[in-house]
Design a protein around this ligand. Structure first.
Ligand SMILES: Cc1cc2nc3c(=O)[nH]c(=O)nc-3n(C[C@H](O)[C@H](O)[C@H](O)COP(=O)(O)O)c2cc1C
Ligand code: SF4
Length: 600
């Protein structure tokens, strides 16, 4: 026992050593403890508290925030089924049920022998090859009944993950259409050499002239952001690449980091040159844990050829390096200020803005946070020149855009188009037929109907971070919206009351309608709730939480009305339903054992 605890502290010391005993690295330290032990033991928290000088309660608060971290044993094998609507459309619920039966287990519970737990998790970013799951953090895609059964047997036999068939863990890129970003064959360092020849100030000007706008959703002009960061007071600056990619239906950053990681790092280093930053972070979502080692190898290669480190490419004073931080299952950490909090080893709660990260970011120092695709696109703009870049796309949306296509189509995957492509063209290319609706840019984006398929992707018309989910005429758009509403309620960080309570009320209302107890009154209440959330939420999650319902309600109202009772008011709590157990116990099911119903 004493030897065991000695090994334990030796392990902890070596983890702490890797992070230089930096309290800001708390999340990474906890993640490594979790990887080692399967959970975060109480004794580890005490030890980390002592060594990092952080109160126990804060460490527990941080660990408790992230859904991939466990303060109690949660099974030797932790199975999480991806629960995006596209996984459901591919049968994920039946597969999960089957696995639970096979392993004699209820969802959310740990088996009595401590072997396994099975649960759901938000979209894992594998929508082009679903249904997907994570086992101890490792992604397994293209699940079938046979594969799930095999996995169940491997678990029952306690086969170590390392001995599972290698093809279980393969993740496809599924690039269906490429353009200037994906076809690019530039050599590492080319862009940096071109930028060094231009100089930092002219590089920022070139990015401004290229018209590049952020690809993470909000579309802020990248050149303006870099300029603001460059001109912000203070000596230390940071570059952060947002690879949290948690919006359901989005997986293009996963493919860029698999195929074009050198370009992403080149773009980040370009940003460092432009802004004068010395430190960079790639914040990689926990679901993409399998990319960590390959990305680290690319970073090392870049260090070896002086594309990272001191005096990059011989330019005196051009010092910059990049560290990779992994997320741990919290969608909100994609919001840039929550991401920075997470990088600082805290709970991922969005900050009040202003001040913005460009002046008060990581450690309250100027920080440029950009999406993976934005950094890639910035590198391309410098490589081909601002004018040539601007010539691609439309007047207000220059360049190309990666679209993550999933749902009802025979060719899901990644499609690169110049901005301005119509929804109809994307649908034709991916082979979709009888399409009823397309969800653009994920649950926080927009749901459009057939009459709008000539609309164009771009900041002028349909802005998008990249998700493109296709629903054919067999799909019930009410259920699609209900899945999205559950997602928001689950992912609300709980910091502000309107969002914490509002997303939960929205979920309950949708469940009430699904159960056949909804009325027109409920639909009106949703519209009122939207106003509250729009005006008083602290961040974009709360502000967009009602979008899925409002957009589908506007276009597919019968999907809701067919479920409504004609009553003006129906309580959310079904009292008669709640008495069913009492009736069963007393063996009665006659009319007198029921509450009086309408007209009875
Ligand atoms: C709830 C929420 C989640 C977000 N998730 C992401 C994300 O996963 N990836 C991303 O790049 N931006 C995400 N954003 C947007 C970021 O806050 C930020 O605008 C973006 O990283 C800036 O980069 P860009 O200018 O290159 O787009 C999210 C915003 C909100 C409100
Ligand atoms: S709006 Fe929601 S997600 Fe955003 S800070 Fe408030 S509670 Fe958190």
């Amino acid at each position: 026992m004493a030897a065991d605890s000695e090994t334990h502290t030796t392990d902890l010391d070596s983890i702490l050593g890797r992070y230089a005993h930096d309290p800001n690295a708390l999340l990474q330290v906890l993640r490594e403890v979790q990887e080692l032990r399967g959970y975060i033991p109480s004794s580890s928290i005490s030890y980390l508290s002592l060594k990092l000088g952080i109160p126990r309660a804060r460490i527990e608060g941080v660990a408790g925030f992230y859904s991939f971290m466990h303060l109690r044993q949660n099974g030797e094998y932790r199975v999480l089924f991806s629960d995006n609507i596209t996984d459901r459309m591919l049968g994920s619920q039946a597969l999960m049920e089957k696995m639970c039966q096979q392993l004699w287990l209820q969802p959310g519970k740990v088996s009595e022998d401590g072997l396994v737990s099975i649960n759901t998790t938000s979209c894992t970013g594998m929508c082009d090859q679903g249904p997907a799951m994570l086992v101890n953090g490792r992604a397994i895609t293209c699940l079938t009944h046979q594969r799930v059964q095999e996995i169940g047997s491997l678990i029952r036999n306690r086969t170590p993950l390392a001995d599972w068939p290698g093809d279980f863990f393969s993740v496809e890129d599924n690039i269906r259409r490429s353009g200037p970003l994906l076809d690019n064959t530039g050599a590492p360092g080319d862009v940096l050499r071109a930028a060094l020849a231009l100089g930092a100030e002219s590089t920022v000007e070139a990015i401004k002239n290229s018209g590049l706008r952020g690809r993470g959703g909000a579309g802020f002009p990248t050149g303006l952001k870099w300029d603001a960061c460059r001109n912000a007071p203070g000596a230390a600056r940071h570059v952060v690449c947002n690879a949290d990619e948690g919006e359901p239906g989005t997986f293009k950053d996963r493919v860029l980091l698999t195929r074009k990681a050198d370009r992403v790092f080149e773009g980040m280093t370009l940003c460092a040159l432009a802004t004068g930053a010395q430190h960079g972070f790639l914040y990689l979502r926990g679901e993409y844990r399998y990319l960590l080692e390959p990305l680290q190898a690319i970073l090392q290669r870049r260090r070896d050829i002086n594309l990272l480190g001191k005096n990059i490419l011989g330019q005196s004073g051009f010092d910059f390096d990049i560290a990779i931080h992994l997320g741990a299952g919290a969608y909100i950490c994609g919001e840039e200020s929550a991401l920075i909090e997470s990088l600082e080893g805290k709970r991922g709660v969005p900050r009040s803005r202003p001040p913005f990260p460009v002046t008060h970011g990581y450690l309250q120092q100027p920080t440029a946070v950009d999406n993976v695709e934005t950094f890639c696109s910035a590198a391309l703009a410098i490589q081909i020149g601002a004018e040539n870049y601007r010539a691609i796309g439309t007047a207000k949306s220059s360049g190309s855009k990666l679209i993550s296509v999933s749902g009802d189509c025979p060719r899901p995957g990644i499609y690169e188009y110049p901005f301005g492509v119509s929804v109809r063209e994307v649908l034709q290319d991916c082979g979709a037929v009888n399409t009823r609706a397309v969800q653009i840019s994920g649950p926080s984006g927009m749901c459009i109907a057939e009459s709008e398929f000539d609309r164009k992707l771009g900041f002028e018309d349909l802005p998008t971070a990249g998700a493109f989910m296709v629903f054919d005429d067999s799909r019930d758009l009410f259920e699609v919206a209900r899945n999205f509403v559950h997602f928001f309620a689950h992912e609300s960080c709980g910091f502000c009351t309107p969002c914490r309570v509002g997303t939960s009320m929205l979920k309950q209302t949708m469940d009430k309608i699904a159960a056949g107890h909804g009325t027109r009154h409920d639909l009106n209440e949703i519209e009122k709730l939207d106003k509250v959330l729009q005006t008083s939420s602290h961040c974009g999650l709360g502000r967009t939480a009602c979008n899925p319902v409002l957009h589908t309600l506007k276009r597919f109202r019968p999907a809701y009305e067919n479920r409504l009772k004609s009553l003006d008011f129906e309580p959310a709590f079904d009292l008669d339903g709640a008495l069913a157990r009492a009736r069963q116990m007393t063996g009665r099911d006659d009319a007198g054992a029921h509450l009086k119903t309408e007209g009875a």
